[in-house]
Design a protein around this ligand. Structure first.
Ligand code: CP
Length: 316
C-alpha cells in the first residue's frame, strides 16, 4: 500500500488486512512496554492544516509506539499562515526526511492532489479532507464494531449482515462517507437517517437505505446507531430551525436511548455536541463506544502506518 486516501477505493481484503494487523497492534498496546521497533529510523509528519484532537494525537502515539520519529506541523505558527503553498510545504517537509505524511486539510481532495502531483514521494495518509473522506476513522469504527460483536474471535471477519444506522449531518460528514464505503464493503447494511436538508442529494446513488424518521430507526433496533456531529462551522445556511428542534427530531435523547435494546452500540466519532445530537446520558452509557473508538484509533493507525511504511519496502 503506497497511500491511504479513501475507503471508496479500498478493497475488502485490504481493509481486513489492516483490521487484522490492528488486532496485533492492540495486543502490543495491552503490554507493559507498548513499543515495537518496526519504524525505527522512519519519520512521520503530521501535517494538520485543520484542527484535530483525536486524529492528530493518535497518529502521534501510533507512530511513536512503532518507534518512528514524529514531526507535528500545524498551520498556526508555520509559514502556511504567511501564504506558503501545499506544494512548497510538503516539499520542505520531505527535504527534512519525511517518509510518511499524515495530512488533514479543509479542502476536499487535498490528499489526493498531493499523492497524484508527484511533488513528493512520501506515503500519504488522509486524516480527513473537507467533507470528502476520513478513512482511518471508518477503519477504527469498523474495528470497534467487529470487536464488540466478536471479541477475541474478530480476526478475518467482515461485518456481514450487521445493521448500521448513521444519523444526522451526513451532508458535511467525511466520517459518514468513509463509513458508507467501508462498512458496505465489509458486508454491513447501512441506513442514513436525518433531515432532508442534511442528506446529500447524491446519497440516492450510494449503497444505503435512506430514512427521515429517527424514532422509526430506533424501533428497528439496529446493531449500531452512529450519531454524527452537527458541523456548525461548515454551515453557512440554516439547515434546521434551531438546536432544540434538532435535538427533539434528530438527537439521541434519554427517551430514545431507553427504547434501544442493550445490544445496540451507540457510536460517535467525536468531538460531541452533548445535548444536541447526543444526550450526556447516551454518551456516557454502557452502550456508548466513544472512548473505545478513541483507544482503537491508536491500534488502527499503527496498522495503517505499518502497512504504509514497513510491510512492503517497495510501497506496493
Ligand atoms: N473524529 C475526529 O476526527 O476527531 P478530531 O477532529 O478530534 O481528530
Amino acid at each position: 500500500m503506497k497511500h491511504l486516501l479513501s475507503t471508496e477505493d479500498l478493497p475488502r481484503e485490504e481493509a481486513l488486512r489492516i483490521l487484522d494487523t490492528a488486532e496485533d497492534m492492540a495486543d502490543v498496546s495491552g503490554r507493559e512496554v507498548k513499543k515495537l521497533p518496526t519504524l525505527r529510523g522512519r519519520t512521520v509528519v503530521n501535517l494538520f492544516l485543520e484542527d484535530s484532537t483525536r486524529t492528530r494525537i493518535s497518529f502521534e502515539v501510533a507512530a511513536k509506539r512503532l518507534s518512528a520519529d514524529v514531526i507535528n506541523f500545524s498551520a498556526k505558527g508555520s509559514s502556511v499562515s504567511k501564504g506558503e503553498s501545499l506544494k512548497d510545504t510538503a516539499q520542505t517537509l520531505e527535504a527534512m526526511g519525511a517518509d510518511g505524511v499524515v495530512i488533514r486539510h479543509g479542502a476536499s481532495g487535498a490528499p489526493q492532489t498531493l499523492a497524484a502531483s508527484g511533488w513528493i514521494t512520501a506515503g500519504i495518509v488522509n486524516a480527513g479532507d473537507g467533507t470528502h473522506e476520513h478513512p482511518t476513522q471508518a477503519l477504527l469504527d469498523a474495528f470497534t464494531i467487529r470487536r464488540r460483536l466478536h471479541g477475541a474471535a474478530s480476526r478475518g471477519r467482515g461485518l456481514d449482515g450487521v445493521g448500521v444506522t448513521i444519523v444526522g449531518d451526513v451532508l458535511h460528514s467525511r466520517v459518514a462517507r468513509s463509513n458508507v464505503w467501508l462498512l458496505t464493503a465489509l458486508g454491513a447494511r447501512v441506513r442514513l437517517v436525518g433531515p432532508a436538508t442534511l442528506l446529500p442529494v447524491g446519497a440516492a446513488s450510494w449503497p444505503v437505505e435512506i430514512g427521515y424518521d429517527l424514532d422509526a430507526a430506533v424501533a428497528e433496533a439496529p446493531d449500531v446507531l452512529m450519531m454524527l456531529r452537527v458541523q456548525s462551522e461548515r454551515m453557512r445556511d440554516a439547515f434546521f430551525p434551531g438546536e432544540r428542534e434538532y435535538s427533539r427530531e434528530w438527537g439521541l435523547t434519554d427517551e430514545r436511548l431507553s427504547k434501544l435494546p442493550p445490544t445496540t452500540m451507540v457510536m460517535h466519532p467525536g468531538p460531541m455536541n452533548r445535548g444536541l445530537e447526543i444526550s450526556a446520558a447516551a454518551a456516557d452509557s454502557p452502550a456508548s463506544t466513544v472512548l473505545e473508538q478513541v483507544a482503537n484509533g491508536v491500534s488502527v493507525r499503527m496498522a495503517v502506518l505499518y502497512h504504509l511504511l514497513a510491510a512492503d519496502p517497495r510501497g506496493e
